[in-house]
Ligand binder design. Structure first.
Ligand SMILES: Cc1cc2nc3c(=O)[nH]c(=O)nc-3n(C[C@H](O)[C@H](O)[C@H](O)COP(=O)(O)OP(=O)(O)OC[C@H]3O[C@@H](n4cnc5c(N)ncnc54)[C@H](O)[C@@H]3O)c2cc1C
Length: 389
C-alpha cells in the first residue's frame, strides 16, 4: 500500500479556496452570528453558488451535484473552519450532507430529483430529524410513530435538535412504523415545510454553535402520503447511520480546523504576553502543552483522512469514523480549554475569540453522536465476545 502525504494540485486548490472563503466571508461575521444566534441565509446562499458550490459536494452529478470525494470535503471543512475560527462554518460543511445523503441512501428517483437536486443547485435546504427529547444516543428507542391509516402515514411525536428546521424547505425524519421491531421498525420520511401537523415549536438557545438553533419540532396528526416514505419501511435507521458515517468524518475534519485556530491564537498570545520578565511561551508548562496539541492535530488529521479514504473506496469504515470523531472531539475540547488557560482572565472575555471557540467546542462535540458513544463503538470492536455498555 502506497502512502503519500502530499495533496494533489486539485486538493491544494480546494484547500486554498476554502481558506479564502472562510477568511473573507465567515470570519468577519463569526462573532455576530454567535451574538445574534442567527444564521445569515445569504451566507448559505453564497456557499451554494459557484465557484464553491459547497451545498453540492455530497450529491452525485446526475442530481446536479459536484460529487466530491469525502477526503476533499474534509480538506475544505478543516480549512474553512480554521480560517473562519467558526464552528458554524464547519457545521455548514456537514449539514448539507445529512438530509440529502439519507434520501440518496434509500430514496427513489423522483425523491432524489425533487428534494436532493435543488439542494445541490443551492436553491433549497434539508434538515435532519433523528434526536428526540427522550432519545439521543440510543436512536433505536425513538418514540415518534408513523401509523398507517387509510393508506396514509400519520406522524405523532417530537424531534429535538433538528438544526435549521425553521428555515429548511424540507426535512428527513425518522419515525417508528413498527414499534415492536426496535431499530428495524424505524422508517425515514421526507416532509415538506408547511405540511399541516408539522411545526417548529421552540428554538432553544445553546451555549455554543449559536446560529444553528436547537429546534424542537412537533408532529401532531401529521398526514403524509405513502410517496413520502424514503426507501423501504424498517430501513430508516440504516439509511441514517450510513449517512452519519460520511458526515461524522467531515465533522471531525471541522474539529481539526477549530483546534488549529485555537492553537494559533494561543501561540500568538504566548509570544506577546509577558509575565515575570519573559514571554509566557518561554515557560515549558505553556510551550510543551501547546506543542502536544500540534502533534495531536497531525494524528487527528491522519485518522480523519483514513476514514475518508476508506469511505471513498466504499470500504466499511464505521469504526475508523468513530475513532476519528472520538479523538478529534477530545482534542478540540483540550485545545480550546488550553487556549483559554493561556489567555488567562482575558480568554474568558467576549473580547477574545477563544471564549467563543471554547463554547463552540463544548457544544459541537455532541453533534452526530456523543464522544463517549464513539468510544463505545471502539471498545466494542476490541471485545466482540463481551457486552460492553
Ligand atoms: C450542535 C448540534 C447540532 C445537532 N444537530 C442535530 C440535527 O440536526 N438532527 C438531530 O437529529 N440531532 C442533532 N443533534 C443532536 C445530537 O445528535 C445528540 O445531542 C447526540 O446524539 C447525543 O444525544 P443526547 O444529547 O440526547 O445525549 P444522550 O444520549 O442523552 O447522552 C447523555 C450522556 O450520556 C452518555 N451516554 C449515553 N449512552 C451511553 C453509553 N452507552 N455509554 C456511555 N455513555 C453514554 C453520552 O455520551 C452523554 O454524555 C445536534 C446536537 C448538537 C450539539
Amino acid at each position: 500500500m502506497a502512502i503519500c502525504f502530499d495533496l494533489t494540485p486539485e486538493q491544494e486548490e480546494i484547500k486554498r479556496q476554502a481558506g479564502e472563503f472562510g477568511k473573507r466571508e465567515v470570519a468577519p461575521i463569526a462573532a455576530e452570528i454567535d451574538e445574534k444566534d442567527e444564521m445569515p441565509w445569504d451566507l448559505i446562499k453564497k456557499m451554494g453558488q459557484p465557484p464553491h458550490r459547497y451545498m453540492a459536494m455530497y450529491i452525485p452529478r446526475e442530481y446536479d451535484g459536484t460529487a466530491w470525494p469525502i477526503l476533499d470535503i474534509c480538506i475544505a471543512a478543516e480549512e474553512i473552519t480554521y480560517t473562519s475560527q467558526s464552528a458554524m462554518a464547519g457545521m455548514l460543511m456537514e449539514a448539507p450532507g445529512l438530509a440529502p445523503t439519507t434520501i440518496l441512501a434509500g430514496g427513489n428517483e423522483e425523491q432524489k430529483k425533487k428534494y436532493v437536486a435543488p439542494v445541490a443547485r443551492g436553491e433549497a435546504f434539508g434538515a435532519f430529524g433523528l434526536t428526540e427529547p427522550g432519545v439521543g444516543s440510543d436512536a433505536s428507542a425513538l418514540e415518534t410513530v408513523a401509523e398507517m391509516k387509510n393508506g396514509k402515514y400519520v406522524l405523532n411525536g417530537r424531534k429535538r435538535y433538528m438544526s435549521f428546521a425553521h428555515a429548511a424547505d424540507w426535512g428527513v425524519v425518522m419515525a417508528k412504523t413498527d414499534p415492536s421491531r426496535g431499530a428495524r421498525g424505524i422508517s425515514a420520511f421526507v416532509i415538506e415545510k408547511g405540511t399541516p401537523g408539522y411545526s417548529v415549536i421552540e428554538k432553544v438557545p445553546t451555549m455554543g454553535c449559536r446560529g444553528h438553533q436547537d429546534e424542537e419540532v412537533l408532529f401532531k396528526d401529521c398526514v403524509l402520503p405513502k410517496e413520502q416514505l424514503v426507501g423501504e419501511e424498517g430501513k430508516g435507521l440504516k439509511y441514517a447511520l450510513s449517512t452519519l458515517d460520511e458526515t461524522r468524518t467531515t465533522l471531525a475534519a471541522g474539529f481539526v480546523g477549530l483546534t488549529r485556530a485555537a492553537l494559533e491564537e494561543a501561540v500568538k498570545y504566548a509570544k506577546s504576553r509577558h509575565a515575570f520578565g519573559h514571554p509566557i511561551g518561554e515557560y515549558q508548562m505553556v510551550s510543551f502543552s501547546l506543542g502536544d496539541i500540534a502533534t495531536e492535530i497531525e494524528a487527528a488529521r491522519l485518522l480523519v483522512y483514513k476514514a475518508a479514504i476508506l469511505s471513498d473506496k466504499k470500504v466499511k469504515h464505521s469504526a475508523e469514523t468513530a475513532s476519528a470523531k472520538a479523538f478529534a472531539s477530545q482534542l478540540l475540547l483540550k485545545a480550546t480549554n488550553l487556549a483559554v488557560e493561556v489567555h488567562g482572565g482575558f480568554g474568558c472575555t467576549k473580547r477574545h475569540p477563544v471564549e467563543r471557540m471554547f463554547r463552540d467546542a463544548r457544544t459541537w462535540v455532541f453533534a452526530q453522536g456523543a464522544p463517549y458513544v464513539q468510544r463505545l463503538v471502539n471498545a466494542r470492536s476490541l471485545f466482540p465476545e463481551l457486552t460492553i455498555r
